[in-house]
Design a protein around this ligand. Sequence first.
Ligand code: SIN
Length: 490
Amino acid sequence: MLLELTRPELVRTGNLIDGRWSGAAEDGRYLVINPANGERFAEVPDSTAVDAHAATDAAARALPAWRATLPRERAAILRRWHALILANLEDLARIMSTEQGKPLAEARGEVHYGASYVEWFAEEGPRVYGDIIPQQQRGKRMSAVKEPIGIVAAVTPWNFPLAMIARKIAPALAVGCTVVAKPAEDTPLTALALAQLALEAGVPCGVLNMISASRDQGVAAVGDWLADARVRKITFTGSTAVGKHLARASADTLKKLSLELGGNAPFIVFEDADLDAAIEGLMASKFRNGGQTCVCPNRVYVQAGVYDAFARKLGERVAALKVGPATDDSAQIGPMINARAVEKIARHVDDALSHGARVLTGGRKLDALGPNYYAPTVLLDAKEGMVVCCEETFGPVVPLFSFEREEDVIRAANDTPYGLAAYFYTRDVRRIHRVSAQLEAGVIGANEGAVASAAAPFGGVKESGYGREGSRYGLDDYLSVKYVCEGGLD
Ligand code: SIN
């Protein structure tokens, strides 16, 4: 049984506000559904703006004391949180697979991945240095100090229910901010379990507050944070449309924003590439989380001379992928998150086929497994103008485009409003540097498909957003720089 947990009490079905678990103020609740079978998993608070406001009140009360703690004291709490996440790895993975659908092996991997951000920021928090500015005038000393920005609102997606929220909360707490958070409607339970472990680690009351909400109420709850001048920063991972809305709606209180938005990643295979390595890289990056990943390749460009050989090898590998629920240990691809996601994938594939693409493998729903399954798919003869070329499919579909010249593929790769990740394979060192420099993306995989790391700056350019998560740059988003000018020193 997927939900046989060592600690069943980690399935928290309340909001965490001021260190206490409670229902929504207006008593609303909504169902969290297991996407593998459409069955009820749990019922959680359907929070409103009233709960969002109460969370901000708690975060405001907790802020003065928390920002006054020593960085090493905060780091010690984060280290305990990290240890607790790993100690409860199996339960967290099972909760995650039940609400999100990903295979258990991937869910376990995500717990490690998310925990690595907590560890990383526990280490980086005590290293937030300012500057003494070289003297400009006699009798004056100028310095720049970095301070916590204040209350942070974190709004996170369903595709990585643990890692995405951990990499926002951990840096915020590490530098002395307090947090109000809303995990995705579909996957609140992993995040709520994480919040329970934060309490156990010693995060003080009100420092981390978390509310769950359905889609409509969630908009109102986040609206309250947008309008509240006490909330100084919003960190959001999700669609570009919502990111733009947040940017507009936060203008009145001029909040700092970090936006990790949609992608449309190109994956380029040059004729001189190691084709087997390129296949491995593509399988790892494209099919991670069933293709429901912002950084996963959406368009695969293969140079004409190796197109057929590459397609043949890829088709064999993709056809062999095992699809099934997380209860099936051998499953490599789980269900998509919901019926809307499957409809979108089917629409993209149908559009490609109606414009001349051909199915090499897949290309259909897998209704026998349940309502939310789609077969891993490779499409041949993909062309510019097809929806798969312009929009993020967010599913297990590989459209294969052919190209002749390097300059053509660079132009095609950059011909999108998005700029999150881009990948390419070549054995030519000069081309690695040339192509890396020309691709318009925040994350580049050169002969590498697995780019995720807590030590690396993650984020996009263009309409994929701004701000960076992870790495030492990931702290900057939660800090403001104060300039102090001391006079009369001569
Ligand atoms: C995402 O694509 O949604 C995040 C992926 C990552 O952290 O690698």
